[in-house]
Design a protein around this ligand. Structure first.
Ligand SMILES: CSCC[C@H](NC=O)C(=O)O
Ligand SMILES: [Zn+2]
Ligand SMILES: [Zn+2]
Length: 433
């Protein structure tokens, strides 16, 4: 029977799904991703379809697997298909199916951490290329695939180092595809920019006192005034989304993600003592076109005013630079006629019978920002229609039919991108004659 398995036709749906499951079964969850295993798997996939491969460790133990399908006109700018290999942690016991078994249920849903974010995309790139190669297609432009580590913890040891490297420069990349989001309706979503994360910790101090005493300026009261102010702002932003005036990526989101206060005791917390310190953490996401200075002012004056004994810290991710280019303009990939790659994507999706929604700002962060910072166009796209958005959630799944459909979509996109030759002025005038 092992002989039969070896001889199974790799182009069947069941072979394609089983390769996806194999990748999902590798536990690459942070904070201790099994990169040795994922690297070996990706290299074996590359070998099976005769792609050139190399593994680069800009940081030790953080491998980037870089694959290449050489074009017949290698001087043309290349196509980069990027995906990250790590996934976020799981609470295994809260899942209906084990998050690293890639269980296929009777609806055809494949349950696994990474099924949407974003092992699907990495494997779909490979499957699309497998099929294009089998069909005899020859790319004019070189096509690269990068499988990068550590996106979920900021990408500093992965995509950021890669984008700044000489290796990357030598690749002469012209367009990058990276991750998007699932879509609950029939339209695929595509992203041309993303919000910038600001991770804010506010700290209140105040006089300690008896738990029975009502007095002003306790740390808890001071912190709660801030929390109330943050919540009013949050509600106003959220209302704009609920009313349909703004898309999710176009407002400033702010969510409280931790609260830290109280005087510990062996049995829990001291109940009759009002503590002298209290802290709260907020995940804030700032759209590229938002007024960052006014938000910073709001934080200093309303959310953590010194007049209320408050201090604040904006963590390492408050990176204004990542939402502005060197001229101070927001970093956005054009979605008009100035960007042929956008037009090609739209047409290619349509050609493969897919529907594309309006371009959006990605509400969270992706590695695409590092490529945009290098001045490159980057489009966030994960072809999952009719799918609930479950990234970072329990019971993340993707339906096998949607997964297979996504391969058709990438086949169409890669074909269009790898064949694209700009129409020069000469050619236009020749056409018009
Ligand atoms: C800011 S680095 C973390 C990146 C992460 N990306 C996807 O979820 C995010 O929180 O948006
Ligand atoms: Zn992701
Ligand atoms: Zn993620």
């Amino acid at each position: 029977s092992s002989l039969l398995e070896e001889e199974e036709d790799p182009s069947t749906a069941s072979a394609i799904i089983s390769r996806f499951q194999q990748y999902l079964q590798i536990n690459t969850s942070q904070p201790d991703p099994d990169y040795p295993h994922s690297t070996a798997f990706l290299l074996s996939q590359a070998q099976s379809i005769s792609l050139q491969s190399q593994t680069i460790e800009f940081i030790s133990k953080k491998p980037i697997v870089l694959l290449k399908w050489e074009g017949t006109q290698p001087h043309l700018p290349s196509i980069l298909l990027n995906s990250h290999t790590d996934v976020v942690p799981v609470e295994t016991h809260k899942w209906a199916h084990h998050p690293f078994k890639a269980h296929l249920d009777h609806h055809g849903n494949i349950y696994a951490r990474g099924s949407q974010d974003m092992k699907c995309v990495g494997m779909q790139y490979l499957e699309a290329i497998r099929r294009l190669k089998a069909s005899g297609f020859q790319p004019l432009r070189s096509v690269y695939l990068s499988f990068v580590p550590d996106e979920e913890i900021g990408g500093h040891d992965g995509a950021e180092k890669f984008a700044e490297s000489d290796t990357f420069k030598d690749m002469n990349v012209g367009i990058v595809l990276d991750e998007g989001l699932a879509s609950p309706d029939e339209h695929y979503r595509a992203f041309y920019g993303e919000r910038c994360p600001w991770w804010l910790v506010v700290k209140a101090t105040g006089a300690p006192g008896h738990g029975a005493k009502l007095y002003d300026n306790s740390a808890m009261e001071n912190l709660f005034k801030s929390i109330e102010s943050v919540r009013r702002f949050r509600a106003a932003q959220f209302d704009l989304v609920k009313a349909g005036f703004k898309a999710e990526g176009e407002v400033i989101s702010v969510n409280m993600v931790f609260l830290k206060a109280g005087t510990p005791s062996p049995t829990g917390f001291v109940m009759n003592l009002q503590p002298s310190e209290a802290e709260a953490g907020f995940d804030i996401r700032v759209p590229p076109t938002a007024d960052a200075d006014s938000l910073e002012k709001r934080i200093a004056e309303e959310w953590a005013p010194a007049s209320r004994n408050m201090t604040f810290q904006l963590g390492q991710f408050k990176q204004k630079a990542s939402i502005e280019d060197k001229f101070g303009r927001p970093i956005l990939t054009a979605t008009d006629s100035s960007n042929p790659w956008w037009d090609l994507l739209e047409k290619a999706v349509k050609k493969a019978n897919g529907k594309l929604g309006k371009p959006e700002i990605f509400p969270a962060s992706t590695d695409a920002r590092y490529f945009r910072e290098m001045g490159l166009p980057a489009i966030g796209f994960s072809p999952m229609a009719n799918t609930p958005i479950l990234l970072h959630d329990h019971n993340e799944f993707l339906n096998q039919a949607e997964y297979l459909k996504g391969i058709d979509i990438y086949e169409s996109i890669i074909k269009a991108y790898a064949s694209y030759v700009p129409v020069t002025k000469d050619e236009v005038s020749r056409d018009e004659l």
